[in-house]
Every structure is written in C-alpha cells, then in structure tokens.
Design a protein around this ligand. Structure first.
Ligand code: NAP
Ligand code: HSE
Length: 430
C-alpha cells in the first residue's frame, strides 16, 4: 500500500489529537483511503517538553526545513497557531508544491488572500476544516455541498472557550477567572486566551465563514467585535429574570446594501435553539434560498474533535493527490461593501446604576427619546439606596442612535455608571 508522508508543524493540543487519531484509526483510514498516513516529522519549539503522544525517536525536530524542504513530504499540517512563523512556513510549503492543512483561523483571517493566491499559483491546495467549529464539518458544506444556494445568513456560537465560560457562570454561578482556567486546562483556549475572551477568535472564524458564504473578501478590521469580559453575574441574573440567556454570537448577513459581520454577547430567549448549546459545544445556523434553514452542532474545540477535522482534511488531500487533482474548489473573494456597525439595528438591554430620586427616570427617558430610542421595559432594583440599578430593554434601534443616547446619559449627574449594554435577539415566551 502506498504511504503518504506528512509533516506536522506543532504538537500541542491539536497536533497531539492528530497523532492520536492516526495511531488509533490508521488501519481503518488506510483501508478506506487506500494509502497509509505516515507522520514523518513533527516541528516543535522544545525537544525537552513532555508529550501526550509517543512517536519514534528523531521524529521531533526544531528545524522547519526538515519538513519544508523534504521532497518525500506531500502534506504539511500547520497546527502551531499565530501569524508568524506560521504564514512563512505555509507559504514555503505551498511554494515547494506541498498541500497544506491548517487549523489556524488567525493566519487565514489576516493573510488568507496571500495564502490562497500562493496555493493557486503553485497548483496546491489549502484545507482548513479545523479552523472553524472544531470537529463540526462546516467548511466542506459551505465550500461544496451548499454551492447551489444563495446564502443570506450564517450565524451562531463559534468559540468554545467563551461558551464554556458563560455556561458555567450561568449554570453554576462560577467566577469568570476560575472557569476560564478550566477551559485552558481542557485545551479549549488559545495560547493567549484574551483572543477568545475578547471575541477575536470568533471574529477570525466569522470572517472565514462569511467569506465562504457570501463569496466576499471580509477585511478583519471591518468585523465588529465585543468580547465577554464585561459580562457580570448581575447581567446573567437580569437575563434570567427577563427570560433570556447570554451567548457570544457571531452574525454574518448579506443584505441588499452590503454585508453585516459582527461578534458580540447577545441576550437570546431560553427557548431559542442556540440557548441549548452548552459548554464547549458550537452551533452554526445557515440560511440558503434553496435548502432553507440548516443547523450544524458539535464540539467546537479540544484535542480529538479538532483532530478529527484536521485528519479529515489530510484524507481529502490524500484523495486529491491520488487522483492528481488540485484547485477543484476556487476561492471566490470579491470586494463587497461591509455595512458599518453604526447602521445596524438591534434591541438592547442596558443596565445602569443611578441615584434613586424623583425625575431621574424622566431625565434618562428624555435622552433615549431625543435619539429615537424607544423603551420596551424598565425594571428598578433597590429603593432609596445609592445607587440603585435600572435595567432597560429597548425596541429595535440603530446602533449609532443608541451610542448617542448612552453618551448623553453617562453625562447626567444622577447616573453613576452604565454597567453594560448588550444586544437582544428574539422574544421570550410570555
Ligand atoms: P498549542 O497547544 O499551543 O500547541 C502549539 C504547538 O505548536 C506546540 O507544540 C508548540 O511547540 C508548537 N509551536 C508553536 N510555535 C512554534 C514555533 N515558532 N516553532 C515551532 N513550533 C512551534 O496550540 P493548539 O491549541 O494545538 O492550537 C494550534 C492551532 O490550532 C491554533 O492555530 C489554534 O487556533 C487552532 N485550533 C485550536 C483548537 C483547540 O481546541 N485547541 C481548535 C481549533 C483550532 P511546543 O510544544 O514545543 O511548545
Ligand atoms: N479557542 C478556540 C475556541 C479553539 O475556544 O473555540 C477552537 O477554535
């Protein structure tokens, strides 16, 4: 049986998952594919570090050229993370005529154009199923199975770490720092977890999904991002009282006037299908004009789920190598207008701390009214204390109007602090 040699760049969470799957299921994969997958060389930073997998002596190296310049290696798997040197190694592998599999959403979101152009120029392919949604097959359906459709919406929960943190904060009232540490120990978080917590990881993934769904170039700096750092137990409790849960949503929509791409915490009703997505699970909702509504659900991070997606890509590359084909699916990335966040509309939850005195509510309501912000409900918590909390839910309003109203409200002497502003999707069942 023919052997296909693979060079692995990285042996952390995902790299170890890839090795484990090939070691555990290698015979079955070989029978199904007709070629044996052979991990010839693995690049790491440290040869001294204890590893979660066993590999033959001399497989590990700190010299990237032993992979990038080895003519026997057909497929390079980049699971190191970050932009450099990942970008440099990917480009070198493509230039050397090797196919590349990567789970690195940051490098694709930031320099994807350069990478896909290099792949086309060298008649090689870049596979990236593991870059979004962990183990969920998501890229392949968007690239291939749904090609017949005009897609208008791709949205969902695409960061496992923040969903894990929000779930534990909601279900167990666990403190933020403690649950973030758990997510790191479980291998869900990025090397720098601020990328998860501040919404950047979800923004990288949304730019990949939206570019595939809408055949568009999505400049990362035009993806609006808010993370979950500001979410407090008080917000979670207010959400519960109002019939919602808080999720970090990534929303991509193609409208007549352009594309909307935003990542932010969102109140969603407890009966909404995304409210049931707990822990490390991700779910992505796609709407096509022919197929209708689709929902993809599964583990969005972790060693084995992501390893499953990466090994699936390796197998895809092997099959294309066997058939001597490449470039079957062209990356269509046209320039399309991105709708500025100020022009997008939403309902909002606003929590603020105010002095409890006659006329305070009227002053705040006047700021909302002057900016065309219509109030759906208001709840005061506490009486006579300084401060008391006021929770507003608004009707649908343009982001820029909301921002102007909040700016005026913060300047009122009776308002101690606006503690949070969170978008609201859907209505709870009454
Ligand atoms: P990780 O656990 O931090 O592992 C990174 C690996 O790359 C380590 O083995 C490290 O070597 C090696 N490495 C990093 N920089 C290097 C360099 N300059 N030269 C040589 N080796 C280097 O990361 P991970 O969680 O597996 O994530 C890898 C990639 O997959 C990232 O792009 C991430 O965004 C993506 N991803 C992760 C998950 C997940 O659940 N973790 C899911 C989907 C996608 P040492 O071991 O010697 O330090
Ligand atoms: N840190 C990422 C997450 C890994 O938590 O979703 C999966 O891409």
């Amino acid at each position: 049986m023919k052997r296909v040699s693979i060079g692995l760049l990285g042996l952390g969470t995902v790299g170890s998952g890839v090795v484990k799957i090939i070691q555990q299921n290698g015979d079955q994969i070989a029978r199904r594919v007709g070629s044996e997958l052979h991990i010839k060389r693995v690049l790491v930073r440290s040869l001294e570090k204890e590893r979660r997998v066993q590999l033959p002596a001399d497989t590990l190296t700190t010299d990237p050229n032993l992979i990038l310049q080895d003519p026997e290696i057909d497929i390079v798997v980049e699971v190191m993370g970050g932009v450099e040197p990942a970008r440099d190694y990917i480009l070198k592998a493509l230039t050397a005529g090797k196919h590349v599999v990567t789970a690195n959403k940051e490098v694709l979101a930031k320099v994807g154009d350069e990478i896909f152009t290099a792949a086309a120029a060298n008649r090689t392919d870049v596979y990236f199923e593991g870059s979004v949604g962990g183990g969920i097959p998501l890229i392949m359906p968007l690239k291939e199975g749904l090609t017949a459709n005009r897609l208008r919406t791709v949205m969902g929960i695409i960061n496992g770490t923040t969903n894990y943190v929000l779930t534990k904060m909601t279900e167990e009232k666990a403190p933020f720092d403690e649950v973030l540490k758990q997510a790191q120990e479980l291998g869900y978080a990025e090397a720098d977890p601020s990328s998860d917590v501040d919404g950047l990881d979800a923004a990288y993934k949304l730019s990949i999904l939206a570019s595939l769904a809408f055949d568009a170039r999505i400049p990362l700096e035009q993806v609006y991002v808010e993370g979950i750092r500001a979410i407090t137990p008080a917000d979670i409790e207010s959400a519960r009282e109002l019939g919602y849960v808080i999720k970090l949503l990534a929303i991509g929509k193609e409208r007549d006037e352009g594309i909307e791409v935003r990542v932010h915490p969102t109140f969603i009703p407890t009966h909404h299908p995304l409210a049931a997505v707990q822990g490390v699970f991700n779910a992505v909702f796609v709407q096509g004009d022919a197929v209708g509504d689709l929902m993809f659900y599964g583990r969005g991070a972790g060693e084995m789920p992501t390893g499953s997606a990466v090994v699936g890509d390796i197998i895809d590359a092997v099959r294309n190598l066997q058939s001597k084909v490449n470039g079957r699916v062209k990356m269509m990335r046209q320039d399309k207008p991105i709708i500025p966040i100020g022009q997008t509309t939403s309902r909002y939850y606003v929590r603020m701390l105010v002095v409890d005195r006659p006329g305070v509510l009227a002053g705040i309501a006047s700021c909302f009214g002057q900016n065309d912000v219509s109030i759906e409900s208001v709840i005061q918590k506490g009486k006579g204390e300084d401060p008391v909390s006021l929770v507003f839910v608004t009707h649908e309003v343009k982001h820029e109007n909301m921002a102007r109203a909040l700016d005026q409200i913060t300047r009122l002497a009776v308002v101690r602090e606006i503690t949070n502003t969170i978008r609201v999707e859907g209505e709870p069942r009454r």
